[in-house]
Design a protein around this ligand. Structure first.
Ligand code: UDP
Ligand code: MG
Length: 310
């Protein structure tokens, strides 16, 4: 039977919680009384996650497994799940139950009302440290200012999309997957349901600071080229300032005969401006890197194996 609902769960070293996540999801989806599939995407875990999912696959035909050849990252793992999902409505959810599976029922209700995309919007984040919460708040505001799309704040990758949106994502040629942005960019009828985000049921966050930073930069560079304009703006402002300063220096020298001296101030200003130049070069480098990634045309991920698919 073809599944009507697909649930995509990315997994990176989650051996402690997979069984519980599976039973909670199963409990929720069994209530709907319509065919469904649970697609676990093993993103190169090096613990026993693969084995656990494999065992579940053997006893439950609803469960399917995509096994990556290495760790490709959370966004790519969700993307792979979307590629293989067969449902009319596709839900992506983290494995750690920070997003309560019961909310899926609400999402499905909204979908049945005719929405193509239903985001899960976090009204509380119990699970995150204070500093992380502040950083995330600032980041989302920045992202919204920099991009021209109304990427909603406080939504993560817990969302439902319908078949049409899923097909569009599947057929996008771009390699860079910042799904939160892409889904907003695609449009159609979008809405959200609110929920409180809890702490993890077990294990540690699999998003290292480096990965989080990478995701943040990728979000900005995929949807805005405004940072590139920074160079022009700073350049213009600095040229104007230094022009007036030059005039002042000449005036002081001629009119008052005050010598302007000091290599220390010279070094300080030089270092300051070198810093700015390097930052701008770095920003340009980010975009060039993006172009490089796109032109290589490598597949987004490599599968080592799969189970449960026809
Ligand atoms: N994850 C993944 N690949 C990674 C990092 C994380 O598939 O490289 C998965 C992880 O197993 C979890 C989800 O992505 O199901 C969200 O990760 P996590 O809960 O660690 O992120 P946080 O909630 O702390 O932002
Ligand atoms: Mg989490």
């Amino acid at each position: 039977m073809v599944a009507k609902y697909s649930v995509v769960i990315p997994i990176f070293n989650e051996e402690l919680i997979i069984n519980e996540t599976y039973s909670r999801l199963k409990e929720v989806l069994d209530k709907i009384n319509e065919p469904y599939e649970l697609i676990f995407v093993n993103d190169g875990s090096n613990d026993s996650s693969h084995k656990i999912i494999f065992e579940i696959c053997k006893i439950d035909p609803h469960v399917k497994l995509l096994d990556f050849s290495r760790n490709f990252g959370h966004q790519i793992a969700i993307g792979a799940g979307l590629d293989y999902a067969e449902g009319e409505a596709i839900i992506s959810i983290d494995a750690d139950l920070q997003d309560p599976p019961e909310v899926i029922l609400e999402m499905i209700r909204k979908w049945k009302e005719g929405y193509n995309v239903v985001y899960g919007k976090r009204v509380r984040r119990d699970g995150d440290a204070f500093l992380k919460k502040v950083a995330i708040k600032i980041y989302y505001r920045l992202l919204r200012t920099l991009t021209n799309y109304d990427i909603p704040a406080d939504v993560g990758d817990f969302r439902l999309i319908d078949r049409e949106v899923c097909n569009i994502i599947h057929n996008l040629p771009e390699k860079n997957r910042y799904l939160r942005g892409l889904v907003t960019w695609i449009g159609f009828n979008q809405t959200f349901v609110e929920y409180a985000r809890r702490g993890r049921i077990g294990g540690e966050s699999k998003y290292s600071l480096a990965k989080l930073f990478h995701l943040a930069i990728s979000g900005i560079t995929s949807f805005s080229y405004k940072p590139l304009r920074l160079a022009s703006y700073i350049g213009i402002i600095l040229s104007i300032c230094s022009f007036f300063y030059l005039v002042l220096v000449i005036y002081l020298r001629i009119a008052n005969d005050i010598p302007i001296g000091g290599w220390a101030s010279m070094t300080a200003t030089n270092l300051f401006f070198y810093g700015i130049v390097l930052i701008i070069l770095g920003i340009m480098g980010e975009y060039i890197g993006k172009i490089y990634e796109e032109t290589k045309n490598r597949p987004l991920y490599i599968l080592k194996g799969k189970k449960g698919f026809k």
